[in-house]
Design a protein around this ligand. Sequence first.
Ligand SMILES: *[C@@H]1O[C@H](CO)[C@@H](O)[C@H](O)[C@H]1NC(C)=O
Ligand SMILES: *[C@@H]1O[C@H](CO)[C@@H](O)[C@H](O)[C@H]1NC(C)=O
Ligand SMILES: *[C@@H]1O[C@H](CO)[C@@H](O)[C@H](O)[C@H]1NC(C)=O
Ligand SMILES: *[C@@H]1O[C@H](CO)[C@@H](O)[C@H](O)[C@H]1NC(C)=O
Ligand SMILES: *[C@@H]1O[C@H](CO)[C@@H](O)[C@H](O)[C@H]1NC(C)=O
Ligand SMILES: *[C@@H]1O[C@H](CO)[C@@H](O)[C@H](O)[C@H]1NC(C)=O
Ligand SMILES: *[C@@H]1O[C@H](CO)[C@@H](O)[C@H](O)[C@H]1NC(C)=O
Ligand SMILES: *[C@@H]1O[C@H](CO)[C@@H](O)[C@H](O)[C@H]1NC(C)=O
Ligand SMILES: *[C@@H]1O[C@H](CO)[C@@H](O)[C@H](O)[C@H]1NC(C)=O
Length: 401
Amino acid sequence: MLSKQILSATAALSMVSGVFGVGCDDPTATIASQADATQLAECETIEGSVLISASAADTTIDLGGKLTEIGGDLTAENNGLLNTFQSDSLETIGGAFTLKNVTKLSTLSFPKLGEVGSIDWATLNALPEPTFGNPGITKAKSVVIADTFIENIDGINVDSLTDMNINNNRRLTKFSTSIKSLSNTLIIQANGLNLSMEMPNLQWIANMTISNVTSFSVPSLHTVNGSMRFDSNYFETFIAANLTDIQDGDLSFVSNPQLTNISIPTLTHIGGGFTVANNTALEKLDGFGGLNEIGGAVKVRGSFTDVELPDLQDVKGAFEVVSTEDISSSCDDLKSYDNGVVQGDYSCKGNDQNANNDTSDASSDGSNGGGSDNTDSAASISGVSTFVTLVSVGAFVAAFL
Ligand SMILES: *[C@@H]1O[C@H](CO)[C@@H](O)[C@H](O)[C@H]1NC(C)=O
Ligand SMILES: *[C@@H]1O[C@H](CO)[C@@H](O)[C@H](O)[C@H]1NC(C)=O
Ligand SMILES: *[C@@H]1O[C@H](CO)[C@@H](O)[C@H](O)[C@H]1NC(C)=O
Ligand SMILES: *[C@@H]1O[C@H](CO)[C@@H](O)[C@H](O)[C@H]1NC(C)=O
Ligand SMILES: *[C@@H]1O[C@H](CO)[C@@H](O)[C@H](O)[C@H]1NC(C)=O
Ligand SMILES: *[C@@H]1O[C@H](CO)[C@@H](O)[C@H](O)[C@H]1NC(C)=O
Ligand SMILES: *[C@@H]1O[C@H](CO)[C@@H](O)[C@H](O)[C@H]1NC(C)=O
Ligand SMILES: *[C@@H]1O[C@H](CO)[C@@H](O)[C@H](O)[C@H]1NC(C)=O
Ligand SMILES: *[C@@H]1O[C@H](CO)[C@@H](O)[C@H](O)[C@H]1NC(C)=O
């Protein structure tokens, strides 16, 4: 009986939705209060987008009801009052699930949500842990989580995605994800100081840039299509036991001060350059037993006593090994590479106090020049240009009931 009344109220409302409040068919339905949310939650499907107004004054917005699908985006931005945002019915968001600068948001609960176009969250200073169901979000193209207090994001269990960027989440100390493949770029940077990162199922990834991580595990990783780089991490050991190919890009380990062992024994090919620089605890570079072809240059600079690259057959670019220590024995072993294996300039020397000063990348192609490229990965927050505040229609619905 009640639902029939609500239905007729909703139907009546949708006729006038261009004038008052929110309707199922609005291109963008703007929620200014819980009453609007209650009304929208009566729609089973919303083809357009849903926006929580920056000036919505209710501290709880609950979109639970009949609503299972939003075709467009679901957005809350620049709202400093909202502390609970939830829906126990929403299953799909076709577009972006954007939460930015919602600084009081402490409860985010979407137990049925399984599919989103993308997740784009930034500046959520009060949110410790989003609540998703089990298995949680299993489909998303891209995930960006930046500058939040999130401690746990285990509810994101996507198999394959294009991009992921997790940065400046200072409370995040563990991130374990079941991702199997990632087709563009993974960036992990400036999260919790003790971040332990596990990607047990990752098989191939196009590019990854990992910084400020304390442990990192990719036991199944087989192929990197583009580049893989590790800057300023705190792990002692890096092992990628199944990695055989870095197809088109670079491999680099720069300024990882605790690193004592890099082991990628099955790696045979690096399409671009190979850089190992300023990892001052790394005494032996002996974990590249199978490496035989490098499409760019080799730049190995550090405090080594031993550098072994026993199987090299072709280096298209320059080859430079420099250590603060005496490596004359390694240089003797590597010397034969100057004759045919290395196509660019060859140099190998020890006892150079400046060995760790140069952290620029080895050239990615066969040219001899050095070079460096820095990608800035910090997420920025874009302001929302306009908010249309519509008249609340709670009273209107009540009149019909
Ligand atoms: C964040 O939202 C608050 C309102 O809660 C607003 O005053 C502030 O300007 C916003 N910050 C940015 C960077 O947009
Ligand atoms: C990366 O390489 C894997 C294994 O060869 C392949 O299956 C995948 O399609 C490649 N991905 C991209 C984005 O090139
Ligand atoms: C990081 O972990 C180590 C031991 O695992 C502990 O001693 C240290 O206090 C932790 N640091 C922080 C900032 O939690
Ligand atoms: C985090 O890594 C960046 C390099 O990506 C480095 O510049 C920065 O100093 C690191 N921060 C800490 C606290 O280690
Ligand atoms: C490593 O590769 C081998 C051979 O392809 C495979 O049998 C094994 O399961 C892989 N290990 C992991 C942890 O994925
Ligand atoms: C990622 O790697 C692919 C090669 O698989 C490359 O074409 C692409 O430009 C890379 N993307 C970035 C952002 O580096
Ligand atoms: C580095 O780690 C690998 C894999 O665990 C191990 O086989 C190797 O002995 C280690 N090397 C050093 C120098 O500790
Ligand atoms: C390199 O580092 C050493 C030791 O830290 C320092 O004395 C020297 O001036 C540096 N050289 C250059 C060229 O920056
Ligand atoms: C070398 O690494 C140390 C420790 O991570 C860092 O403080 C220093 O700035 C790095 N040197 C260069 C030239 O990047």
